[in-house]
Ligand binder design. Structure first.
Ligand code: NAD
Length: 257
C-alpha cells in the first residue's frame, strides 16, 4: 500500500539535496510531486518519471510571494489539489559565524530564505487546504533549533528556532480545520549545504564527536521522517518537532567523550 496514494505534494528546494531525495521517495509512495526550486529541477522530474512516478517542475523562489503563490497554483491546476507542502528550501551561508562577526547581509539573507520562505509557503498553501478541509504542512527546521552548536552559525540557528516556533503556532491556529503542521529537525546530513559549511576535516571531525552514532545521517533517513509527517499515519500529530539526529540531542557525553 502506497503511503501517499492520491496525494499532491509540493516540495520547495527539491531539485537537489534532502528535498530531491524526499521528492523521489514521496513519488514512490504514490504522491504526485511538484519540484519547486530556484535551480532547474528537470533531472529530479526525469528520475521520478523513469521510476514510474509523477512529477512536475516549477521555478520557485521562496523569498518571493508571487513566485510561491504561482507554485501552489501550479500544483492545484496541474494535479488537482495540494495535500502536502514540504517547506524544505533553506541555506546555511559560509560566512555565518558568531554574533560579532556574522555580516548583517548574511543574517538577513538567511532569515529571508529560511524563515520568510517557510511563512510564504504556508501563506500560499493554507487557503487551498482550508477549502479542501485537510492538509499537512511539514517545515524543515534543524536540531540546532533545540541545541546550541559549537561550530557557530548564529543566523542559521536563529532561523531554525523561528521555523520551529512558527510551526507550533500555525498548528494551533488551524488544528480544527484539518490542517496539521509539524517541524522536521534533521541532524547533520552530508548534502551540498553541509559539505560547503564543514569544508575541512577538522570541522567535520569536530561535528562527528557530538553524534552518539558516530556518523552523519543519510538523506533517506530524513526523507522517511518527512514521509511520516506528510502521510495520514501521523494524523493525530500536530505542532510537534520530529528530531532525526543520530542521538545528538539526547547526549550529554558521547561514547568518544
Ligand atoms: P541543499 O543546499 O543541498 O539544497 C537546498 C535546496 O534549496 C537547493 O536545491 C536550492 O537550490 C534550494 N533553494 C535555495 N534557496 C532557494 C530559494 N530562495 N527558493 C527555492 N529554493 C531554494 O540543502 P539540504 O542539505 O538539502 O537542506 C534542505 C533543508 O534541510 C534546509 O532547510 C536545511 O536548512 C535543512 N537541514 C539540513 C541539514 C543537513 O545537514 N544537510 C540539517 C538540518 C536541516
Amino acid at each position: 500500500m502506497e503511503r501517499l496514494n492520491g496525494k499532491v505534494a509540493l516540495i520547495t528546494g527539491s531539485a537537489s539535496g534532502l528535498g530531491r531525495v524526499a521528492a523521489e521517495l514521496f513519488a514512490r509512495e504514490g504522491a504526485k510531486v511538484v519540484v519547486a526550486d530556484v535551480i532547474d529541477g528537470g533531472d529530479a522530474v526525469r528520475a521520478i518519471g523513469a521510476a514510474g512516478g509523477i512529477a512536475t517542475y516549477v521555478h520557485c523562489d521562496v523569498t518571493n510571494e508571487d513566485s510561491v503563490t504561482a507554485a501552489v497554483a501550479h500544483a492545484v491546476d496541474t494535479h488537482g489539489s495540494l495535500d502536502v507542502i514540504y517547506n524544505n528550501a533553506g541555506v546555511m551561508l559560509s560566512d555565518d559565524d558568531n554574533p560579532v562577526t556574522t555580516p548583517l547581509e548574511t543574517y538577513e539573507r538567511t532569515m529571508d530564505i529560511n524563515v520568510k520562505g517557510v511563512l510564504l509557503g504556508c501563506r500560499a498553501a493554507i487557503p487551498v487546504m482550508q477549502r479542501q478541509g485537510h492538509g499537512s504542512i511539514v517545515n524543515v527546521a534543524s536540531f540546532v533549533a533545540h541545541m546550541g552548536a559549537a561550530t557557530p552559525q548564529v543566523a542559521y540557528t536563529a532561523s531554525k528556532g523561528a521555523v520551529l516556533a512558527m510551526t507550533r503556532e500555525i498548528a494551533v491556529i488551524y488544528a480544527r480545520q484539518g490542517i496539521r503542521a509539524n517541524a522536521l529537525c534533521p541532524g547533520p546530513v552530508m548534502t551540498p549545504l553541509l559539505a560547503k559549511f564543514l569544508s575541512d576535516d577538522a570541522k567535520r571531525e569536530r561535528r562527528l564527536v557530538h553524534i552518539p552514532m558516530g556518523r552523519f545521517g543519510a538523506p533517506e533517513e530524513i526523507a522517511q521522517g518527512a514521509l511520516f509527517l506528510a502521510s495520514d499515519e501521523s494524523s493525530w500529530m500536530t505542532g510537534q518537532s520530529l528530531v532525526i539526529d543520530g542521538g545528538i540531542t539526547a547526549a550529554y557525553v558521547t561514547p568518544e567523550g
